[in-house]
Design a protein around this ligand. Structure first.
Ligand SMILES: Nc1ncnc2c1ncn2[C@@H]1O[C@H](COP(=O)(O)OP(=O)(O)O)[C@@H](O)[C@H]1O
Ligand SMILES: [Mg+2]
Length: 327
């Protein structure tokens, strides 16, 4: 990578699968050494973007450079400079942890003379050196993921791509994977590009791009994105949600929606607003909750729904499409 050049540079990137426009013209730059995250619900286009950056999918239009190389014209150079951990597991269960890495080292042409030492280094980094001789199929979910991360690092890539590195893992294991990712970024001076649909994980990233329906709707540090919302979120349980929403509109001129089972709206200085709400709403309130802006609110302010609601409606669409296809 030319010194000081971006680790990833994307301009007008799009990908179409037939009628589906999975990625609709995105632009962004990732600096060397950054932990950069793509946050968005299932179906947003995160994996499609990663697959184009890793040269596994050809862009429909636009361009991307990774470690200084063009993902279409310089595929081999891109591949030599990246590590990739796929969304779905790809270990060979019948090989030991160490054998999985040896196989990968050969694929990537890591010189024999350094393979042994490098395998030890990466296995120690993810805490698996003691278990190196055990078959991968005997590892827990978190250990398998750590082994895949070690494998992605083996050939000393400049940029490591992690597609949903913690999906399906329990919260404690997710936290430990994150600990490894952070140590790794400090130790190896590499750029990390990862995707997630967990809001709390996006907080670990230096900057995040929020993706929805193939577009980047916001890109900044988590702090700046939250500060940009500028309002608190108020959630109330009421006896009559429809009446409450109408009253909130009429009395306070605020737009409320039902989200995850509660009437939800944003307002500046939420705590000061609550007494007025009780005094003037005219609809019985059972409970109230006021929260500072979270990344959920950022997502909501840009897309009009929470990431979980977005996923729920995406799976509704899918069910309807499948039902239609079966007819
Ligand atoms: N190989 C493919 N063929 C057809 N459609 C695809 C293919 N891969 C992804 N898609 C569609 O593109 C959209 C984005 O998918 P994806 O990039 O996997 O999203 P994410 O990783 O954010 O969940 C979805 O609508 C998905 O169904
Ligand atoms: Mg995905």
């Amino acid at each position: 990578m030319p010194d000081g050049g971006p680790a990833v540079e994307v301009v007008g990137l799009t990908k179409r699968f037939g009628d589906v426009e999975a990625v609709r013209g995105i632009d962004f730059t990732v600096r060397p050494g950054e932990i950069f995250g793509f946050l968005g619900p299932n179906g947003a286009g995160k994996s499609t973007t990663i697959n184009m950056l890793c040269t596994l999918l050809r862009p429909t239009s636009g361009s991307a450079r990774v470690a200084g190389y063009d993902v279409v014209a310089e595929r081999d150079s891109v591949r030599r400079n990246i590590g990739l951990v796929f969304q779905d597991p790809t270990l060979d269960g019948y090989l030991s942890g160490e054998q999985n890495l040896r196989f990968h080292a050969e694929l990537y042409g890591v010189p024999r003379s350094v393979t042994g030492a490098r395998i030890r280094q990466v296995l120690e980094m993810v805490g698996l050196w003691e278990r190196r001789g055990d078959l991968a199929q005997t590892y827990s979910g978190g250990m398998k993921r750590r082994l895949e991360i070690a494998r992605g690092l083996l050939h000393s890539p400049r940029v490591l791509f992690l597609d949903e590195p913690t999906v399906g893992l329990d919260p404690q294991t997710r936290a430990s994977i994150w600990e490894y990712i952070r140590q790794l970024q400090a130790a190896e001076e590499i750029t990390i590009f990862m995707t997630t649909h967990y809001m709390d994980e996006a907080e670990f990233c230096g900057r995040i791009a929020i993706m929805d329906s193939g577009r980047i709707v916001a890109l900044d540090t988590p702090e700046a994105l939250k500060a940009g919302v500028g309002k608190d979120r108020v959630r109330i349980q009421t006896a009559d949600d429809a009446a409450a929403i109408a009253a909130i509109k009429e009395r306070f001129d605020l737009e409320a929606v039902v989200s995850e089972g509660a009437v939800t709206f944003s307002v500046a200085s939420g705590e000061a607003f609550v007494p007025r709400l009780f005094a003037e709403l005219g609809v019985p309130i059972r409970s109230v909750n006021v929260a500072r802006p979270s990344l959920d609110d950022v997502f909501m302010s840009f897309t009009g729904s929470t990431i979980r609601d977005a996923e729920a409606s995406a799976s509704d669409h899918m069910r309807m499409a499948m039902r239609a296809a079966r007819r």
